[in-house]
Design a protein around this ligand. Structure first.
Ligand SMILES: Nc1nc2c(c(=O)[nH]1)N[C@H]1C(S)=C(S)[C@@H](COP(=O)(O)O)O[C@H]1N2
Ligand SMILES: [Mo]
Length: 348
């Protein structure tokens, strides 16, 4: 698969990297692993990890698309077809009224997500035990995780412990807590729910220049003068700050995942430990800006024109503070651009 068959606004992850997103550890690692099938089913059943490992395995090439804009095409997953587990001698085990399927993780927050039954049948998910021929690493959902093809990866629960059949919708963690789109179709960029903020409420908070700790995801603030903005710990996923004046803004720990920051003036702004996954910083002015500890998976600093020449490039100088190690989270050409910008600012 080449770049132009990626879903819109996704980037190829570099080499054999596999970023870790969301929870990093399962909960309760002491009791043995098992998978419970329950809810509206003819009879509940529980499979031990051993039983699942002993079932017929399939190997599938599945394209992974994370909502924070990295993609890892054609990953090889080995595991058991969920649909095999859900049939008893060819008969479905769920009852007639079932409309949704909920997937629950063994993790601290009982992390979950859900899908309509019709999509489960169509997408044919697998309970993966291996990736690229090796047992799944714990942080990637080992010993067993869901892999749902054709959806952003937040529909694929790590450390799957329970699959529940429901006759009503039950939103999952990202869908209810983080405002991720319940559809999750990468080809239609179903990333986020529409922002909950009214236009008037947005205007009021923009005028106050105090965003601290508030949930303002998707806020439309492009071209605003927000110099000195106070936004520590603010939830600003998917916010639009294109061409904003954000000089000296305090954005420490802010969640700016997928935010639009093209051409923003971030001189002397503090983005320490901010979440900038999938954020677009092309053409932004980052001189004297502090990006220490920021998470940069899928972030963009430079747009390249047709001839692969930088067309909209972030301004970086020797006073831009960032950890070179965090640049490993960037795709190849973005990392090269930033390293080069740091390098040339030093020699000036
Ligand atoms: N239990 C659990 N499963 C989860 C998550 C999580 O936080 N907890 N995050 C989801 C998200 S948003 C993504 S993109 C993928 C990331 O999987 P990875 O860390 O193996 O790349 O797992 C999904 N499944
Ligand atoms: Mo994700």
């Amino acid at each position: 698969m080449t770049d132009n068959t990626l879903p819109p606004n996704q980037q190829l992850v570099r080499g054999d990297r596999w970023p870790i997103v969301g929870e990093r550890h399962p909960g309760d690692t002491d009791s043995p692993w098992s998978l419970e099938i329950c809810g509206c089913v003819s009879s509940s059943r529980t499979f031990s990890l051993d039983e699942i490992q002993a079932m017929p395995q399939v190997v599938r090439q599945i394209d992974v698309h994370c909502v924070t804009r990295w993609s890892k095409p054609a990953m090889s997953f080995t595991g058991v077809r969920l649909l095999d587990l859900l049939h008893d001698s060819g008969t479905p085990i769920w009852t007639g009224e079932v409309k949704f399927v909920s997937f629950v993780a063994r993790s601290e927050r009982n992390h979950s997500t859900s899908l309509p039954l019709s999509e489960v049948l169509e997408l044919d998910p697998i309970i993966a035990l291996q990736a690229e021929g090796k047992p799944l690493a714990t942080e990637n959902g080992g010993p067993m995780r869901m892999v749902v093809p054709g959806k952003y990866f937040y529909k694929s629960v790590k450390w799957i412990r329970r699959i529940e059949f429901l006759n009503e919708e039950r939103l999952g963690y990202w869908e209810s807590e983080a405002g991720y789109h319940n559809g999750a179709d990468p080809w239609h960029e179903e990333r986020y729910m529409a922002p909950t903020l009214t236009k008037q409420a947005a205007l009021r908070v923009i005028e106050s220049r105090d965003f601290r700790g508030q949930d303002l995801r998707g806020i439309q603030a492009s071209h605003r003068d927000l110099a000195g903005l106070k936004a520590t710990n603010a939830k600003l996923r998917d916010a639009d700050f294109q061409s904003c004046n954000l000089q000296q803004a305090e954005l420490r720990n802010a969640n700016l995942s997928n935010a639009k920051l093209q051409m923003a003036d971030l001189r002397e702004a503090c983005l320490e430990n901010a979440d900038l996954e999938g954020a677009d910083l092309s053409g932004a002015d980052l001189r004297h800006c502090n990006l220490r500890g920021a998470s940069l998976f899928g972030a963009t600093f430079c747009q390249f024109g047709r001839d692969a020449m930088p067309s909209l490039a972030a301004k970086i100088d020797s006073a831009t503070q960032l950890d070179v190690a965090s640049l490993d989270a960037l795709v190849e050409d973005q990392k090269a651009f930033v390293l080069n910008a740091i390098e040339s600012s030093r020699s000036d």
